[in-house]
Design a protein. Structure first.
Lengths: 313, 355
């Protein structure tokens, strides 16, 4: 177990390192305007001086080592255009918890409901109730989310007189964004769980379990659901962590000051250091999500052997 | 005869609905299974062997149904007059007999165990259901069962997962699982098809031993005549959803009457004969979406009589234990010599009086 852990961890670190190098080197090729707020009014000497002070004229390897050292300490550098000379880590620390809270709660609600939907649809395959589920999933998957979100906002704010915009002091305003975020999650997990359960249901070992007289309610939960959930488990940590980057639509719709749209924003403003920091941060989070997913798989699937080859006799 | 039957199937018709069409999979099967015997059902793929036994434990696919006929089971102590399995509708009905009366060993041991559960927990599941054992008692019983089916170090193996077992070992586990329910009838649906030839004999011996020890009635389904000769007391030959010939092992092998049985036996490769093409039955089985007229085998049968194409033959009795559905046995039929290969088998009969 420990050997596997170390190996898997090492691989994640190497992946992240490669990403850091590529992103860092590529962003150094960007125009130097991206480091100044009033570039047009600066003399070439002033620009050179400023670049010198920022350390941007040092050889790339030196800059890279410095960046990585800071990154490990949690320092993502400072923003030069989005918020002048403000530490990027602080910007993220302000916004990320909000996105994570909304996303996390939405996952917490959406996951069990999605699983419930999947089980219900698998068990009622071919009946009208499964048809309703399918309709819901198809709508969620095919209608652009922006449209769905807008409709929800319009209908519910007028129907239940919920204030339109998010306010941290009014919990009622949290309901809609969370519900809105949870809806597609329910559809996705419902869709996949149903599919895997239908697959499992036709396996030989299910027939054998029936033949040995196991009542179907046990078959559904002990065998079909248990086995169908395995391929989904791997995705869960990654999708929880992915909520860190926030949802552009939902957050802008309800004016939630979260991470949603931040990356797009700083790309538009050509804030080089911030683009670099955010891309690397999101990459790190995805890698962590995959790592956790793999480790979780080890717990739920005994076929993944941790130590060398197991003997087959 | 009456009291030594454990199962009695009478005129069983099973139909399937497929893409809006109705497939007549079993066309009137009648069969008595005797207590403690070993019955083999042979026939080519698609002849309805598996469909037939699925009726015995209610595992018929959802699009299939029993159209007609009765399946009497005489093993329930509270139903001395027998209970008609064909009338079972709900799962609750079936749970009375599934596993603890009629157990099953399936074809492919590689897929018939849950890959995510330990062997022990899968065995204990059955023990818990049928013998009410749980915890340490169930564990101990499971270890005993594994030892019974010839698995070494059962205390260790019980905590392992199916992927840590080889194919033959998995089939032993599947058999242990069937035995965990202490059944009276064990259905073995091609129990050795997916195994190495070297392992096949071991598994068959194991089933034979368990049958002796626990007074089981065994029903084998197979298309391997080698297996049949090894294990069966009686043989039922199926073709197109019908039993065309049934008799003791000796009768069917050495004195077959139905042209289909002849063809089946002729298809057996003979050892030590070089440069001779293997025999194959010409044509294909009839399409069961359509009504079969006359004898289903007639179009492929070189010995077919005109009447074979018009009327379905009844069973003709060859001996009290041996009957076949072919017009050739009618007293009015012309005398037909079985093909040479069949006579050759007849000559092999120990002490061989030739029929």
């Amino acid at each position: 177990m420990l050997g596997y852990l170390v190996k898997r961890l090492l691989r994640s670190v190497i992946t992240l390192f490669i990403i850091v190098v590529i992103v860092f080197v590529m962003l150094r090729q960007m125009p130097v305007e991206g480091y100044f707020n009033d570039y047009d009014n600066m003399t070439p000497e002033a620009v050179q001086n400023a670049l010198q002070n920022m350390g941007l004229l040092d050889p790339i390897p030196t800059q890279l080592t410095r960046f990585i050292k800071d990154f490990v300490r949690g320092d993502l550098g400072v923003s030069y255009r989005y918020r002048v000379n403000y530490p990027i880590a602080k910007i993220v620390a302000d916004k990320a918890p909000l996105s994570l809270t909304f996303g996390g709660i939405a996952m917490l609600i959406g996951l069990p409901l999605g699983f419930g939907l999947g089980i219900l649809m698998a068990r009622s395959k071919g009946k009208w109730i499964a048809g309703i589920g399918t309709a819901y999933i198809v709508i969620m998957q095919s209608v652009p989310l922006a449209v769905i979100y807008l409709v929800i906002q319009l209908v519910f704010t007028s129907l239940f007189r919920i204030p339109l915009l998010y306010s941290s002091s009014n919990p009622r305003t949290w309901i809609l964004p969370i519900a809105t975020l949870a809806l597609p999650t329910i559809a996705t997990y419902g869709l996949w769980l149903r599919r895997y359960m239908v697959d499992e249901q036709n396996r030989d070992y299910i027939k054998l379990a029936k033949a040995k007289g196991v009542p179907s309610k046990f078959i559904w939960y002990r065998h079909v659901f248990r086995n169908a959930v395995v391929p989904l488990v791997q995705l869960i940590p990654a999708s929880i962590l992915a909520t860190l980057s926030g949802s552009i639509y939902v957050e802008s719709l309800y004016s939630i000051p979260g991470m949603g749209g931040l990356l797009v924003d700083v790309i538009k403003r050509q804030d080089n250091t911030m683009v670099q920091a955010l891309v690397i941060l999101f990459a790190a989070v995805s890698i962590l999500g995959l790592l956790l997913g793999d480790l979780l798989m080890v717990l739920v699937d005994p076929r993944i052997s941790l130590t060398a080859k197991t003997r087959t006799r | 005869m009456e009291n030594n039957r454990i199962l009695s199937i009478n005129d069983l018709h099973v139909k399937f609905s497929l893409r809006g069409q109705v497939l007549h999979a079993l066309r009137g099967i009648s069969l008595d299974v005797l207590k403690g015997e070993s019955l083999a059902i042979v026939g080519e793929s698609g002849s309805g062997k598996s469909v037939f036994v699925k009726n015995l434990n209610g595992l018929l696919d959802n699009n299939g149904w029993i159209d007609e006929g009765t399946i009497m089971y005489y093993g329930l102590p509270e139903e001395p007059e027998g209970i008609n399995l064909a009338q079972f509708k709900t799962e609750k009905d079936w749970l009375r007999v599934r596993g603890n009366h009629i157990a099953m060993v399936m074809q492919d041991p590689m897929t018939s165990l849950n890959p995510l559960k330990t062997i022990g927990s899968q065995l204990c599941e059955a023990l818990n259901l049928h013998q009410g054992l749980s915890g340490a008692l169930a564990q101990a019983k499971a270890v005993e069962l594994l030892r019974d089916v010839g698995i070494r170090e059962p205390q260790v193996r019980i905590r392992q997962y199916p992927h840590q077992f080889s194919g033959g070992m998995r089939q032993r586990v599947v058999i242990a699982m069937a035995m965990a329910c202490s059944p009276r009838v064990l259905i073995c649906d091609e129990p050795t098809t997916a195994l190495d030839v070297t392992i096949q004999a071991q598994i068959l011996d194991l089933i034979k031993d368990l049958k002796q020890k626990h007074h089981l009635t065994t029903i084998y389904i197979t298309h391997d005549l080698g297996v049949v000769a090894n294990v069966a007391d009686r043989i039922a030959v199926m073709y197109s959803g019908d039993i065309v010939e049934i008799g003791t092992c000796e009768e069917v092998f050495y004195n077959p009457q139905h042209p289909y049985t002849w063809a089946l036996l002729s298809s057996l490769p003979q050892l030590g004969k070089k440069d001779e093409d293997l025999f194959a039955i010409a044509g294909t089985p009839p399409n069961l979406f359509f009504k079969v007229r006359g004898d289903a085998f007639a179009p492929r049968n070189p010995y077919a009589l005109a009447i074979d194409f018009l009327h379905r033959p009844p069973y003709f009795e060859v001996s009290p234990t041996h009957k076949a559905r072919t017009w050739l046995l009618d007293p009015r039929a012309p005398k037909v010599e079985p093909p040479p290969a069949i006579k050759a088998i007849g000559n092999l009969k120990p002490g061989g009086e030739q029929v």
